[in-house]
Design a binder for this molecule. Structure first.
Ligand code: BEZ
Length: 255
C-alpha cells in the first residue's frame, strides 16, 4: 500500500481496519505469483509486509518497497528486507524474477512511470502480477462522499487521487511499456468490513474528501454512513465496501 502524497499511513490503524486487504486477495494472488525457492521477488507497495512474509515463506528472496515510512518500519519489524521507495520512481535494474503488487497501484497516479519502473526492475522473461482497484471501484462510496460534500456546502473535486482503469486501458498501458503475455480482468468483489464503514472511513476516508478541512471529516463520514446504510449494510448490520479489483499478469519479453 503506497501512500498518496497527502496521507500518512499508520501501520497500527491499518492493522485494525484493513487487515482484510491482505487476507482476502492473498491466497489467490500468491497462487498467481507462484514464487519458486531461490527466485528474487519485488513486492511493490508491500505495506506492513503481511503478504511479503508469505512470499518469503516460499523460499524466494523477497524485497518490499513502500512509500509510507510507518508501513516500511512494520515490515522491517517482521524481519523483512523492506525499503521506503516511491513506486512511481523505482530505481531498480534487471534484478527480479517477478514483481508482485496487491492493493497498491490505485494510489499511484503516474501509472506509466510505475509500469516503466517495473519493466526495468525485471530480468528478461520476468513476471509482473498484481491486483488493485479497477474501473467502478467504490463508486457508491465516492457518490456518497460527493453528496455529503455538496449537502455541507463544500465544492466538488474534479476527481480523486485514485487510479481505477478498465482491463482494456490497463492492457494498453502494459503493452506500451513493453510487456507481453498480458491478461487482465475486472472482478467485482463486495468486501466485508470487519470494523464497519466507520473503521474503513477512519483509515481511508480522507482521500474521498479532497479540499475538505480535516476537522469536518467526521461530520461528513457520519453523513456518508446515513446515505450508504440502505445499500452497503445488511439488515443484520454487516457493512460491505463496493470494491472492484483489476487482476493482471504480464511478462517482460525474453529479449
Ligand atoms: C481499495 O482498496 O480499493 C481502496 C482502499 C482505500 C481507498 C480507496 C480504495
Amino acid at each position: 500500500m503506497s501512500a498518496p502524497a497527502q496521507k500518512t499511513w499508520s501501520a497500527q490503524d491499518y492493522e485494525t481496519n484493513a487487515r482484510f486487504v491482505a487476507d482476502l486477495a492473498g491466497p489467490a494472488m500468491l497462487d498467481l505469483l507462484a514464487a519458486q525457492p531461490g527466485e528474487r521477488i519485488l513486492d511493490l507497495g508491500c505495506g506492513d509486509g503481511a503478504l511479503t512474509l508469505k512470499i518469503a515463506q516460499t523460499g524466494a528472496t523477497v524485497v518490499g518497497v513502500d512509500g509510507a515510512a510507518d508501513m516500511v518500519r512494520a515490515a522491517q519489524a517482521l524481519g523483512l528486507d523492506a525499503h521506503q521507495m516511491d513506486g512511481m520512481a523505482l530505481s531498480l535494474d534487471a534484478e527480479f524474477d517477478a514483481v508482485f503488487t496487491n492493493a497498491a497501484l490505485h494510489w499511484m497516479m503516474q501509472p506509466d512511470n510505475v509500469a516503466a519502473g517495473v519493466f526495468k526492475a525485471l530480468k528478461p522473461g520476468g513476471r509482473y502480477v498484481g491486483e488493485f482497484g479497477g474501473f467502478g471501484n467504490i463508486v457508491g462510496l465516492q457518490a456518497a462522499a460527493r453528496a455529503a460534500m455538496q449537502a455541507n456546502g463544500f465544492g466538488l473535486p474534479d476527481g480523486l487521487p485514485h487510479y481505477y482503469p478498465t482491463a482494456e486501458d490497463y492492457t494498453a498501458l502494459l503493452t506500451a511499456a513493453g510487456f507481453d503475455s498480458i491478461s487482465a480482468q475486472l472482478i467485482p468483489r463486495p468486501t466485508l468490513l470487519p470494523t464497519g464503514l466507520m473503521g474503513w472511513l477512519n483509515t481511508f476516508g480522507d482521500s474521498l474528501l479532497p479540499g475538505v478541512p480535516a476537522d469536518q471529516h467526521q461530520r461528513l463520514f457520519d453523513a456518508m454512513i446515513d446515505l450508504l446504510k440502505p445499500s452497503l449494510c445488511t439488515p443484520s448490520g454487516t457493512w460491505f465496501a463496493d470494491y472492484v479489483r483489476l487482476r493482471f499478469s504480464a511478462q517482460k519479453p525474453q529479449r
